[in-house]
Design a protein around this ligand. Structure first.
Ligand SMILES: [Cu+2]
Length: 213
């Protein structure tokens, strides 16, 4: 938690932690109250039940507190959503293709890979589509997940903040070998990325095209 591997980690983890704390707090409170009332109002101590008709103060309290909590969660969620859908201008474009059961990535210069290579501290824009069924592109360490469909273009973006290798998974059951649909993202510093990029010669593809003509 809060390791800041991508630009979405801290806001996502903050929302998760807040939800967790609120849930645990009410779980403990409700459990305690339930046991306390079972003990306090059992038949031996209170042989005769009493009818109660409403309590305005209590009703306002148990309406207002959950409403405020839900609105806080909505605010966190909305902020995160806005950040995720607004791709920064000039982000490096990469095409992502999903198919049973692998991911492939295509870069601006035409290079294709099974592993996603990106430079650190650079916004990356993913344009994703599927060749067959529904998949979901998921980088757990980056807190990004997006469904990928065969008939529609899907956009996602992120900015890696630390170099390293992180798993990419498919988060939508897509057939027999869904559980094997893993890949990897390799985040390189700018120098290493440029070196990796220079390994590829787009000329090769140009030659093939010329022959076709
Ligand atoms: Cu899949």
């Amino acid at each position: 938690m809060f390791d800041g591997v991508s630009n979405f980690v801290n806001s996502t983890d903050r929302t998760f932690l807040f939800t967790l704390i609120v849930s645990v707090f009410f779980l403990v409170l409700n459990t305690f109250l339930m046991l306390y009332f079972v003990f306090k109002y059992n038949r031996k101590r209170h042989p005769k039940g009493k009818n109660i008709h409403g309590n305005v103060g209590l009703e306002i309290t148990w309406t207002a507190i959950p409403t405020i909590l839900v609105l806080i969660l909505f605010w966190f969620g909305w902020q995160g959503y806005e950040e995720m859908v607004n791709v920064p201008e000039g982000a490096m474009p990469i095409n992502v293709t999903a198919q049973m059961w692998k991911w492939s990535f295509q870069y601006e210069n035409g290079r294709n890979t099974d592993t996603l290579y990106v430079p650190v501290n650079t916004p990356i824009k993913l344009t994703m589509h599927s060749n067959d069924v529904n998949h979901a592109f998921f980088i757990p360490a980056f807190r990004i997940k997006k469904d990928v469909y065969p008939n529609r273009e899907r956009i996602a973006w992120f900015e890696a903040k630390k170099t390293g290798r992180y798993p990419i998974a498919c988060a939508e059951y897509c057939g027999l070998n869904h559980s094997h649909m893993y890949s990897r993202i390799v985040v390189l510093d700018q120098k290493e990325f440029d070196k990796w990029n220079a390994e590829f010669e787009p000329k090769d593809t140009v030659k093939v095209n010329q022959m076709d003509n």
